[in-house]
Design a protein. Structure first.
Length: 146
């Protein structure tokens, strides 16, 4: 019985510390946070038709990623950088990929690449919007309204 418990405990430890598990847990937490916070924000009277939930999530996700990346990747010892998988990649990835876009743009600015940062912002917004328009158009062609 003791051997079985030790084997189970060892297996549980390996599973819980594996990158896949850490990313999955972080992503699940971020996805749930996005859903519930977005829903709450959009149901408030002061939203007034503005996509407040998405706005709040994008800004707060950027703030969380900025904090996590700076503290975990730049301040903590290398042995602690695995926490970034849980918070930065997992949680923020499930919560919003906008935060990754913002962090990468900040990296360009920090490295002195102001032109590339501006291109990234303008091109991402324009291309992202164009992607939505093309997707909507394709959906209309593939599945026309009856």
């Amino acid at each position: 019985m003791k051997d079985w418990l030790e084997l189970f405990a060892r297996g549980a430890y390996v599973a819980l510390t594996s990158k896949l598990m850490v990313l999955s847990v972080g992503g699940a937490l971020g996805t749930n946070a996005r859903y519930w916070l977005g829903r709450w924000c959009n149901e408030t009277l002061w939203a007034g038709g503005f996509p407040l939930g998405t706005f709040v999530i994008n800004v707060s996700g950027s703030l969380i990623l900025g904090l996590a990346a700076t503290i975990i990747l730049e301040r903590l010892p290398p042995g602690q950088q695995g926490w970034f998988l849980l918070i930065g990649t997992g949680f923020c990835g499930g919560y919003t990929t906008f935060s990754t876009f913002e962090w990468e743009t900040y990296g360009l600015l920090r490295d002195g690449s102001w032109g590339l940062a501006a291109i990234n912002v303008l091109a991402s917004v324009a291309a992202g919007f164009l992607g939505v328009v093309i997707g909507v158009t394709l959906a209309g062609v593939i599945f026309p309204k009856h």
